[in-house]
Design a protein around this ligand. Structure first.
Ligand code: NAD
Length: 408
């Protein structure tokens, strides 16, 4: 079987789906690796490094013509070049744009999306790209904040005076948030964390940070370890109580997401106004639909009238491309090996992992959540049709946790 790596083409995307190390690990399973020339350039991985590892360096056209499986980080640049019998594996965000999966299904392309992985299965952990990329992003968010901040993070006592440590608050302490806490602690900041899932308290405190407990809003633990969406009353109570905590911080990093929903607004205009000049907010949930912070725009940094810098973080994992690619390469290799039997892909959606990640196969969208977004236009394989047509808007997406997880 030929597995091929395309050069990523999304703006700012510097990751690559496989690193050279993976080439020899795939070969025993009968997988030969083709790499588009220059695919690793953004992550400082040369064609020569891939060739030394045993990969063939080829053009994109040859990949489209000859590959059995195409490995990507995000969506491949061309749908029209893909052909029947080929498979694409990547983080393809099928709930955010189910038409993409439908278009590939119509061409007979098998679509496998790592962001649909059932993450709580322990045997799926080596394939968990959402976690590996959130880890990288959480780390980088702190460096971005430190870069914007006009003071030190650690306590420094020098002949020229004493600098007090920065106070950092992390809102949303899932994978990215916990890594942000750990990184801010390593830099010497005084760190606190808050999450609507009370179970995260032990994780926060075990990293040496203080857990912020709100009295006005209780637990909102949802399914699969994720948070549920808050009611309007809960949201308002949460925002008001958080404002007091936010006002005392030098740096706030927000990561809160609810799968398939618009990110919750945690830092309101009032909270921003209450912060001191020179404070920094990094919104890792910033998206076209809004983020955790009033006024944050993905990919943009702005300074408010009262001197608060707001960074709308966008695809932070891609800005640490070598580490992010190495981790992603292990995830996608593990997935490819899981799917391979006797040197070919063996699609079997009775397997719990495959049921989550296989989006389209045999000319049909087979993933229940994605298919329901396409109805009535797209018949769902072997499933009764839902009466309710769904839009691709995250507010109405119902594919279950993980299929369109955070893109941080
Ligand atoms: P995520 O990106 O969906 O959300 C980030 C955090 O935001 C979550 O901790 C969530 O609780 C929090 N959040 C959502 N709404 C909030 C609100 N209104 N106020 C405050 N916080 C809010 O989450 P994630 O990082 O992908 O992880 C989610 C969960 O999945 C965690 O419990 C994590 O431990 C778990 N997980 C488990 C495994 C595993 O078992 N192998 C792997 C990965 C993640």
């Amino acid at each position: 079987m030929k597995a091929a790596v395309l050069k990523e083409t999304s703006p700012g995307e510097r990751r690559v789906a496989l690193v050279p190390d993976a080439v020899s690990r795939l070969r025993p399973a009968g997988i030969d690796v083709l790499v588009e020339s220059g695919a690793g350039d953004g992550a400082w991985l040369s064609d020569a490094a891939y060739a030394d590892a045993g990969a063939s360096i080829v053009s994109a056209a040859e990949i489209y013509r000859t590959a059995d499986v195409i490995l990507t980080v995000t969506r491949p640049p061309s749908v029209s070049e893909l052909r029947a019998g080929q498979a694409v594996i990547g983080m393809l965000a099928p709930l955010a744009g189910p038409e993409f999966a439908a278009a590939l299904a119509a061409r007979g392309v098998t679509v496998i999306s790592l962001d649909g992985l059932p993450r709580t299965l322990s045997r799926a952990q080596p394939m968990d790209a959402l976690t590996s990329q959130s880890n990288v992003a959480g780390y980088k968010a702190v460096l971005v904040a430190a870069g914007e901040f006009g003071r030190f993070f650690p306590l420094l006592i020098t002949a020229a005076g004493t600098a007090r440590p920065a106070k950092v608050l992390v809102l949303g302490t899932g994978v990215a948030g916990l890594q942000a806490i750990a990184t801010a602690r390593r830099l010497g900041a005084v760190v606190s964390g808050y999450d609507i899932r009370p179970t995260s308290k032990d994780e926060v405190t075990s990293l040496g940070a203080t857990f912020v407990e709100l009295t006005s809003v209780g637990s909102a633990a949802g399914e699969g370890g994720y948070a549920r969406e808050l009611t309007a009353e809960e949201r308002q109570a949460q925002q008001e109580e958080l404002t007091g905590h936010i006002a005392r911080q030098d740096v706030v990093i927000t990561t809160a997401q609810v799968p398939g929903r618009k990110p919750p607004l945690l830092v309101t205009e009032d909270a921003i106004k209450a912060m001191a000049p020179g404070s920094v907010i990094v919104d890792m949930a910033a998206s076209a639909l809004g983020g955790n912070v009033t006024g944050s725009v993905p990919g943009e940094t702005s300074v408010t009238g009262n001197g608060v810098t707001i960074v709308g973080a966008e695809n932070l994992a891609a800005t640490v491309p070598t580490a992010a690619s190495a981790a992603y390469s292990r995830n996608i290799s593990a997935m490819l090996l899981h799917l391979t039997r006797d040197g070919a892909l063996a699609i079997d959606t009775s397997d719990e992992i495959q049921a989550g990640v296989v989006i389209a196969h045999d000319g049909r969208v087979v993933h229940e959540g994605v298919a329901s977004l396409l109805q009535p236009a797209q018949p769902q394989s072997g499933q009764p049709q839902s009466a309710q047509p769904q839009s691709a808007q995250p507010e109405s997406a119902e594919g279950g946790p993980g299929v369109d997880g955070p893109s941080n």
